[in-house]
Design a binder for this molecule. Structure first.
Ligand code: SAM
Length: 435
């Protein structure tokens, strides 16, 4: 009789085989390829959330293979590796910083000697030794970045090629491995210097860059940095889980009172309001944002046919809300602020709230522990930590939302917290029960 631990290995390997079969059967039936590190391979699986069974099988496969991989290492080796794998960031940073992906030819191979010369040339003659370059690249290869098909010669893998050709992803790499690396290393010192801080000026970023500005003010000082951030955010926020469709379908907009006004707070150039308004023409939207968003260069044009339905205005959401409306909508706002500031935002609504008014929040969905698959949990917990690194803010679990509204004012009643299917964001609906 096999022990429990041995049995677990067997179960994992059987489940891995079964899940893999679901995926490969699906691809074969449709005549599709799998993702691959081969230089001409697919960068992602051609499986969408609509392909329900293979989609779920792939998520399961990621979790199962991770568990079996970690078991095969065993806790001791796993911990050793976990701790020193921070150098994954080092080798990846070097690929980005020294533009190595641009120096390796798209076809064929290049010797380390020629590559060193080319990288030096591309980096204004910086004296990078062959030895240093080679060890960084050979480490990157352990993460499928480049290959060495013949000893001493480097070629692209599909991953390294992506760094060359996919601008948002390339900027994501630079942003994470370069811009945020020192800030990450400064989070614990920041926690010691400013215990339990909720201020966006007391973060790892402030310590790392020796400055006292909040994140957005800081990055806007440097056009290159701020452009990199914006492009990196495209790589992060363009996935299916953040689609406009899940905003439109994820909330019962049709149940708001006929001809209701919705205030879209921090609504940027109004593109979310445009989309909801198209789908629910009876609603009227007032999009509020900072004056900086309403300059002639940045102001979004309200499409002609929506001009009677959507208005772009300015309002600072930390100050008392002047518009009495049926609903106040916040998308991707609260996760950027600590509780202290979220409470201010909610309380600033009170002067205009009338009985039955709704506060509708669409924001990051931090799951309760163990309630979702491995990759979703890991993604949201990672995002939560990055909110701490940059702005001392946080992602919130359902209980955190309830607590936030309760602390803001006892007249807020939370009606529901849900995650629409295929979405990576919660909807939270609260109602004003006061007069
Ligand atoms: C992460 S973006 C979200 C934009 C939009 N709601 C969306 O879902 O794409 C945050 C927005 O909040 C705006 N914002 C920041 N501080 C603000 C303030 N004090 N008052 C109003 N808007 C603010 C920013 O200008 C930005 O447009």
């Amino acid at each position: 009789m096999a022990s429990r631990s041995v049995q677990r290995m067997t179960t994992l390997s059987e489940e891995i085989a079964a899940k893999t079969k679901i995926i490969t059967d699906h691809l074969t039936a449709k005549g599709l390829d799998a993702a691959s590190f081969d230089v001409d391979g697919l960068v992602e699986f051609p499986i969408s959330q609509d392909d329900e069974e293979p989609y779920k099988a792939r998520l399961d496969l990621i979790a199962l293979t991770k568990e079996l991989h970690d078991i095969a290492l065993g806790p001791k080796e796993n911990l050793r590796y976990l701790a020193w794998d921070c150098v994954n960031t080092l080798s990846l940073q070097s690929v980005w910083e020294f533009k190595i992906a641009d120096a390796v030819p798209l076809d064929g191979t290049i010797s380390y000697e020629d590559l060193t010369a080319k990288v030096r040339e591309m980096n204004n003659g910086l004296n990078i030794s062959l030895l240093d370059l080679r060890r960084l690249i050979r480490h990157a290869m352990t993460n499928h970045i480049f290959v060495e098909p013949k000893k001493g010669f480097v070629a692209h893998s599909r991953t390294s090629q992506l760094i060359r050709e996919d601008a948002p992803l390339r900027n994501w790499v630079g942003f994470m491995c370069n811009d945020l690396w020192l800030p990450v290393a400064n989070v614990i010192p920041a926690m010691k210097k400013w215990p339990a801080s909720e201020e966006s000026t007391e973060t790892g970023v402030n310590l790392a860059y020796k400055q006292d500005l909040p994140w957005f003010d800081f990055i806007q000082q440097d056009a290159v940095f701020s452009r990199r951030y914006n492009l990196a955010m495209q790589a992060h926020g363009s996935g299916e889980g953040y689609s406009m469709q899940s905003v439109i379908e994820g909330y019962p907009w049709g149940k708001l009172p006929q001809d209701a006004t919705v205030v879209d707070m921090g609504g940027n150039q109004g593109y979310i309001s445009f989309a909801i308004s198209e789908a629910f023409p009876n609603l009227t939207f007032i999009v509020q944002d900072t004056p900086g968003m309403r300059t002639p260069e940045t102001i979004g044009k309200v499409p002609q046919h929506l001009q009677s339905k959507v208005e772009l205005t300015t309002h600072d959401f930390f100050t008392p809300q002047p518009i009495v409306a049926a609903a106040y909508f916040f998308r991707m706002i609260f996760h950027g602020f600590s509780d202290k500031y979220c409470l201010q935002i909610l309380r600033a609504l009170i002067p205009s709230l009338r009985k039955g008014a709704k506060v509708i929040i669409n924001d990051g969905a931090l799951p309760e522990p163990g309630t979702v698959g491995y990759i979703e949990e890991k993604t949201m917990r990672t995002l939560d930590l990055f909110m701490q690194v940059t702005v001392n803010a946080r992602e919130r679990e359902p209980d955190d939302w309830r607590e936030l509204f309760a602390r803001a004012d006892e007249r807020f009643k939370v009606n529901g917290i849900w995650k629409p299917e295929k979405s990576r964001m919660w909807f939270v609906e609260a109602e004003w029960t006061g007069e």
